[in-house]
Design a protein around this ligand. Structure first.
Ligand code: GDX
Length: 395
């Protein structure tokens, strides 16, 4: 039997409640856990809404628990603390809920709380994969060509550069917040100091990495309807995520992963629906202004660590939004400098890394996305493939 966890911070409460109903009514689910970031207005509203259902003539059929996340890690308290708290709860839930649970729970599912396209099929697909014996089942789905730019430019590039011969660069959505772990996989993650420490957005990167390094088997299941959820405005909304996901890759760079140690199967994808193909995931005009914002004299000095092909146009971008220079080749070279030099807690480094990434996303948007959905998605894939070949040639 399974636990479904929704980590949440500030979300539309009716959407959260709808998703709780979906999970609680699923025949494979014995417990639903909502892990809130803090006791904010959303947290209180979720507690009241759950209490109201339980006091009604049609209460939930399984226990629905709302908890504030524990402080588990050592970095910014964020979604990582939420997920790690949920794993702890999962492992001992049969002791806390001895009346409702006759045995230890076998699987834990994670879903972002804000998915408006969430339905029972997400759980059913993951359960079917887990029943085949996979330790980890991850969901993947069609995404807009301008979405997932933390995944493509930060995580996939880093995984391909650092571990080209492993399954890591092939994980479709390595940052995805929708996944199902067997009890064995949960025990592996709880027992790993790197996962416990990662309290911020880097948690998805580290979970994905540790699962591959420890040889856990992985199935990626396809969700054709995609993930409809609250979208961001400008790329500025992603600054913290960019820096924390990059820092997570950087923190792992000295680690060894055995080539193709783990079983990894991918359910084939279907054609992306029209609304996803046509969606522009971020506000381009708003994002252009980011290239000019928040410069400091020290950042200008730090730019000297990069080649002239990065430093000169970045300096010009203080006055005029230049991004044409940030081709894949230039981005890969800049990424390597950042891997060596970036300092997680240093605001100037965070601004600089973020702005380099903005230039890269704008370059990709104006050069590849404008040529159509297939062209853009192919460009993303080819960027990763080229790195794999280069990694191999460098051996
Ligand atoms: N408990 C807890 N604590 N929950 C949080 C926190 C936190 O500090 N911060 C966010 N959440 C919840 C949030 O309410 C939502 O349910 C979920 O975590 C995801 O957050 P959201 O702001 O919707 O993230 P976004 O931008 O949609 O990114 C998600 O998808 C990315 C991806 O698939 O690429 C998120 O799951 C990322 O981890 C993932 O990389």
């Amino acid at each position: 039997m399974s636990l479904v966890c929704f980590p949440f911070k500030t979300e539309h409460v009716p959407t959260v409640l709808r998703n709780v109903h979906v999970a609680a009514e699923h025949p494979a689910v014995s417990l639903v856990l909502l892990v809130g970031a803090c006791r904010n207005a959303c947290f209180n509203a979720v507690v009241s809404a759950i209490d109201a259902v339980n006091a009604s003539p049609t209460p939930f059929a399984v226990p629905v628990v709302v908890q504030q996340q524990q402080r588990v890690g050592a970095l910014r308290p964020g979604k990582g603390d939420g997920m790690n708290s949920a794993l702890d709860y999962f492992l001992s839930a049969h002791l806390v809920h001895a009346n409702a649970l006759s045995a230890p729970l076998q699987r834990i599912h994670f879903y972002d709380a804000d998915i408006s396209s969430f339905d029972a099929s997400w759980i059913t697909k993951a359960e079917a994969g887990a029943a085949l014996g996979y330790d980890v089942v991850r969901h993947y789905f069609p995404r807009s060509s301008t979405d997932a730019q933390v995944t493509w430019q930060i995580t996939k590039v880093g995984f391909a550069m650092l571990w080209p011969r492993t399954t890591l660069p092939w994980v479709r959505q390595p940052l995805g917040g929708e996944l199902c772990l067997s009890r064995t996989a949960a025990e592996v993650l709880v027992g790993d100091a790197r996962c416990r420490r990662q309290s911020d957005w880097g948690v998805d990167t580290v979970y994905t990495f540790v699962c591959a390094q420890k040889g856990l088997s992985l199935l990626e299941v396809y969700v054709p309807q995609g993930k409809m959820h609250a979208l961001y405005g400008g790329l500025g909304d992603l600054k913290t995520m960019v820096c924390e996901c990059f820092a997570a890759v950087q923190s792992l760079r000295g680690e060894a992963v055995r080539a193709a140690a783990a079983v990894h199967q991918i359910d084939p994808a279907g054609a992306a629906p029209r609304d996803i193909r046509q969606k522009v995931a971020y506000d381009v005009e708003k994002s252009l202004g980011l290239l000019r914002a928040n410069w400091s004299a020290r950042q200008e000095t730090l730019l000297r660590l990069f080649g002239e092909d990065v430093a000169a146009p970045m300096l010009r971008a203080r006055n005029w939004p230049e991004y044409g220079f940030m081709t894949e080749r230039v981005w890969v070279a800049a990424y390597q400098v950042c891997l060596r030099e970036f300092v997680r807690g240093d605001d100037d480094w965070r601004e600089l890394l973020f702005r380099l990434w903005v230039a890269r996303v704008l370059n990709y948007t104006m050069r590849d996305v404008v040529r159509g959905y297939e062209y853009a998605m192919q460009a993303n894939t080819e960027m990763v493939m080229k790195l794999l070949v280069q990694g191999d040639e460098a051996r």
